[in-house]
Design a protein around this ligand. Structure first.
Ligand SMILES: Cc1cc2nc3c(=O)[nH]c(=O)nc-3n(C[C@H](O)[C@H](O)[C@H](O)COP(=O)(O)OP(=O)(O)OC[C@H]3O[C@@H](n4cnc5c(N)ncnc54)[C@H](O)[C@@H]3O)c2cc1C
Length: 412
């Protein structure tokens, strides 16, 4: 009977949530006593998952990627498991009551439901200031934003992007190459770019995760596709208010910097970092930066009571990056399995697994469709390798195995 099920609620259907769900369905539920009494409840505001890193290129045109690989239906990837083992709830979590262990959700139609949990995983990720860079709401609103942006793009003569982390740099590189042409081996900046593209960075170095020499190389590559970089300048104001966000995505914008300089943009793209989707989580469970305060070794949310975990961009456990999260998934899944076995009265379940994030310099940043900069595990990568690993298709080659769960067939 559904009412007697022990719910393992996972909130957020992306890299974190889908991966933990596959791991539990493959490696934890089958070994629990009375396995039919458990149900994974996957709550997600979006009913499709996307290869999020692809957004800087995908936003230009549907021709850039195979759309059937870019957007994948979430319920379909779980059809392989026994009926009833996973319930997909296409809704937004709006409240977490960690004393009574209940998550409240609101469906698109406005109706609500309260779901009690035996275990809870928070994997709601983070939203970007620009709606062009991910599932801030759901796949429909992302596609609608891309549609509006693409309609405005042919008439744009000036584009301003604020923030020169990987999202800002990749977006500038893609737009630069698409609008101003592909760089040749020896060519420098196009004589007169068709579209003026400016990236504004608060610090003295773009791409702060990478060493200065690699960041400088990225600047040179940006220059070749007609992108100007302004450093040491912060945005003081943007007019009209809300420019570049969902409410005013394609309005002409005036950006005033703290240096006194003003920039007029036909299109304005804020890429100044992301905000964790933790509005439904009580303040007492949050770290000062708004992410869920998570034990970085066990990935439990210690203050939330038994069997509560957080992973991915919504969690304080580590830097927000997929390669780090993929190392953490087996650890959190093993600890959930252990906690579920203990709760079921099993003994001799072994110790906790402890996670340790790899903090070596690792980041790859394509600049257009054939070039890029980056490092992996502390080693600088040549442009060709960045293209080969990431720039060709922005990791789309990896998401098939992740979404289908093939990546997690073996317990890691
Ligand atoms: C443009 C861009 C490029 C990137 N490129 C790279 C890269 O190359 N390499 C890399 O390592 N990292 C990259 N990242 C970071 C990477 O995308 C994130 O680390 C990763 O997506 C985080 O996954 P997640 O599962 O934590 O959450 P997200 O991918 O943010 O997904 C969260 C999911 O939860 C849903 N959700 C949100 N709130 C609620 C709620 N209240 N209730 C229910 N569902 C909710 C959302 O709809 C979404 O489906 C990039 C990020 C961006 C924005």
């Amino acid at each position: 009977m559904a009412a007697s099920k022990k719910n393992i609620v996972i909130i957020g259907g992306s890299y974190g949530g889908i991966s933990v769900a596959h791991n539990l369905l493959k490696h934890a539920i089958p070994i629990l006593p009375d396995q039919a009494s458990y149900q994974i409840v996957l709550v997600s505001a979006a009913s499709q998952v996307i290869c999020r890193p692809a957004c800087p290129r995908a936003l230009i045109s549907d021709e850039m990627f195979n759309q059937n690989k870019l957007f994948v239906g979430i319920p379909q990837v779980f059809e392989q498991y026994p009926k009833g083992s996973l319930r997909f709830v296409h809704a937004r979590a709006t409240n977490l009551d960690y004393n009574d262990r209940i998550v409240s959700v609101t469906f698109q139609e406005g109706n609500t439901e309260q779901i009690d949990y035996h275990a809870l995983v928070i994997a709601t990720g983070a939203s970007t200031p620009s709606p062009l860079h991910g599932l801030n709401r759901d796949e429909q609103s992302l596609k609608a934003s891309w549609h509006d942006f693409r309609k405005a793009l042919p008439n744009a003569k000036s584009i301003v992007i604020t923030g020169a982390g990987p999202t800002g740099v990749e977006t500038a590189g893609e737009l630069g190459e698409y609008l101003n042409g592909r760089p040749g081996w020896f060519s420098s900046k196009p004589e007169k770019p068709n579209v003026s593209i400016t990236v504004v960075n608060a610090g003295s170095q773009i791409l702060p995760v990478l060493r200065p020499a690699i960041a400088a190389k990225a600047e040179r590559l940006l220059d070749k596709v007609g992108v100007t970089v302004i450093k040491n300048a912060r945005v003081q104001s943007v007019k009209p208010e809300g420019a570049g966000t969902e409410t005013a995505l394609t309005t002409k914008t005036t950006v005033t910097l703290n240096t006194g300089q003003t920039l007029d943009a036909d299109l304005y793209i804020p890429a100044t970092g992301s905000k964790p989707n933790t509005g439904f989580v009580p303040q007492a469970l949050l770290a000062p930066d708004g992410r869920v305060d998570t034990n970085p070794a066990t990935l439990r949310v210690d203050k939330a009571g038994e069997r509560v975990y957080a992973i991915g961009d919504a969690s304080s456990y580590a830097r927000q990056a997929i390669h780090i999260m993929l190392e953490a998934i087996p650890v959190v899944s093993a600890n959930i399995k252990r906690d579920l076995l203990l709760a079921a009265g099993k003994e001799g379940v072994g110790e906790d697994r402890n996670f340790q994030a790899d903090v070596r310099e690792t980041q790859m940043v394509p600049v257009g469709r054939s070039k890029g900069v980056g490092a992996a595990m502390g080693y600088q990568l040549p442009s060709l390798l960045v293209w080969l690993i990431k720039g060709r298709d922005y990791w789309l080659w990896t998401t098939g195995g992740l979404w289908s769960g093939k990546q997690w067939v073996k317990e890691k």
